[in-house]
Design a binder for this molecule. Structure first.
Ligand SMILES: *Cc1c(COP(=O)(O)O)cnc(C)c1O
Length: 470
């Protein structure tokens, strides 16, 4: 890589008068733009030749890290398997050229795909029907909670203003409940990392609209007492909400509907083949059990496009489910569970494992086992970058101070997992023998250790700002 070129902003490569384009001859004449909306001076645009522009952006793009570059063991919001063929199918012009206001009679194929995906998701989840409308997991949570509220209102019950959320839940759960105007009640986890039933019992009364749960939970643990929990919540008149953002460990193995859940969302962009770095694109379909279908958003009189959700993501999920098929989809859960347990067991002697035993698709370490080195989870995560790995999710869930949440996913080979294990052991050695190396990592990336707080609180995102600060 040309590092000299990389270090620059395109503005810094500018030379007055240089051009990388030529416009066709103006055949339309000049139009008078009203002076009130005209600029007073020329825009400060970079002036560069074509190759400088091409190399500048190509070199920058080489600094991206994704599942196509290397191992990406990020827990919870994981990039799972995203076969490129599904991208190709989703970008077929027959789909991408559809217009959202096109008459339904002219896009029957796309509508059929939506319909069939709803059926497939219903089958996978053990529920009656799905809406594909929501554009993200959090959007699905909000939709689901609004469905639950409509259900209670339809029974003339307006006193249910609270939602129970476990302390291990993903942050969007309480956030969605708050946006929906509901109050959040936190239920504690036991020392084993699952919902504390005694604590739950004390919270249940006629003001509970729903309980939100993730299973396997964000510690990667299967909540074994779900039938009892569902019974308790139902007995007090509340509904059970399932956060199915990461459904891969469950596919074809067990179904939220069979466990007693009434409403759920699935993140198609995590579980069903859509790369989603940088905040998008997403899709969070919401499913309901029999009897609640009438509270789903009504799409009957509209065509495709945004009204039916994020069609490109829907298309990829559909292609992925069909290419796996009923038989192979059942291998996703066991393989993701096997891979997570393999890494956990191979490293638990040198990284602190706060919750022992079998995990599902992901698990949490609480930093290095040897706390005397002063090396933090942040240092380990930064050092991993030097070895060409994406860092795991760190400092989440909040239950442990040095949390490191690792999810290898189902499609990684044993060789890849062994490579990661070797590097994690090497870093533990470095923590003992060369701690300064870790404290100042990363060393091999284009940008070294950044001040996270400063970068988050005072991001410099425009060139103008940079100029005025220097
Ligand atoms: C990612 C995630 C969400 C939120 O999904 P978004 O699409 O990011 O809004 C909710 N719950 C869990 C467990 C998640 O991993």
């Amino acid at each position: 890589m040309n590092n000299k070129l990389y270090g620059n902003l395109i503005f810094e490569l500018s030379h007055a008068g240089r051009k990388g384009y030529s416009l066709p001859k103006n055949e339309f004449g000049n139009y008078n733009i009203p002076t009130s909306i005209r600029r007073n001076s020329d825009a400060n645009l970079p002036e560069c030749d074509e190759l400088t522009v091409t190399r500048h952006y190509t070199n920058h793009s080489g600094n991206n890290f994704g599942v196509d570059n290397g191992f990406y063991p990020l827990g919870s919001c994981t990039m799972k398997y995203n076969p490129a063929i599904n991208e190709e199918i989703a970008t077929m012009p027959q789909f991408t050229h559809l217009h959202p206001l096109q008459p339904a009679s002219t896009c029957q194929g796309a509508l059929k795909i939506c319909q069939e995906l709803r059926k497939a998701l219903s089958e996978i989840a053990g529920l009656a029907d799905f809406t594909l409308n929501p554009f993200a997991g959090a959007h699905g949570e909000l939709t689901g909670l609004m469905i639950i509220r409509s259900y209670h209102e339809s029974r003339g019950d307006s006193k249910r203003t609270k939602v129970i959320v476990p302390d291990s839940a993903h942050g969007t759960n309480p956030a969605s409940a708050a946006v929906c105007g509901l109050d959040i009640v936190e239920v504690k986890s036991t020392a084993n990392g699952i919902v504390d039933i005694d604590n739950l019992k004390a919270l249940l009364d006629g003001s509970i609209a729903a309980m939100m749960m993730t299973n396997p939970n964000t510690l990667g643990l299967f909540e074994q007492q779900i039938p009892e929990i569902a019974q308790l919540v139902h007995d007090c008149g509340g509904l059970m909400y399932y956060d199915g953002a990461n459904l891969n460990p469950m596919l074809g193995v067990c179904r939220p509907g069979d466990m007693g859940f009434d409403v759920m969302h699935i993140n198609l962009h995590k579980t069903f083949s859509t790369p989603h770095g940088g905040g998008g694109p997403g899709s969070g379909p919401v499913g309901v059990r029999k009897g609640l279908e009438k509270f789903l958003p009504d799409n009957s009189d509209i065509s495709v496009g945004p009204y039916h959700g994020n069609f490109g993501v829907i298309m990829k999920a559909y292609a992925y489910i069909l290419s796996l098929g009923k038989e192979h989809i059942k291998q996703v859960g066991p393989l993701s569970t096997l891979n997570a347990n393999y890494i956990k067991e191979s490293l638990k002697d040198i990284y602190e494992l706060p919750i022992k035993g079998l995990c599902k698709h992901e698990f949490v370490f609480n930093g290095l086992a040897d706390k005397s080195t002063g090396i933090t989870t942040m240092d380990v995560a930064k050092r991993l970058l030097d070895y060409g790995y994406h860092a795991p999710t760190i400092y989440f869930p909040l239950l442990f101070h040095e949390a490191m949440m690792i999810e290898p996913t189902e499609n990684e080979s044993k060789g890849t997992l062994d490579g990661f294990i070797t590097v994690m052991r090497k870093i533990a050695d470095e923590a003992k023998n060369e701690p300064d190396l870790l404290k100042t990592a990363p060393h091999n990336t284009p940008i070294g250790r950044v001040d996270d707080v400063l970068a988050a609180k005072h991001p410099i995102v425009t060139y103008k700002q940079l100029q005025s600060e220097s």
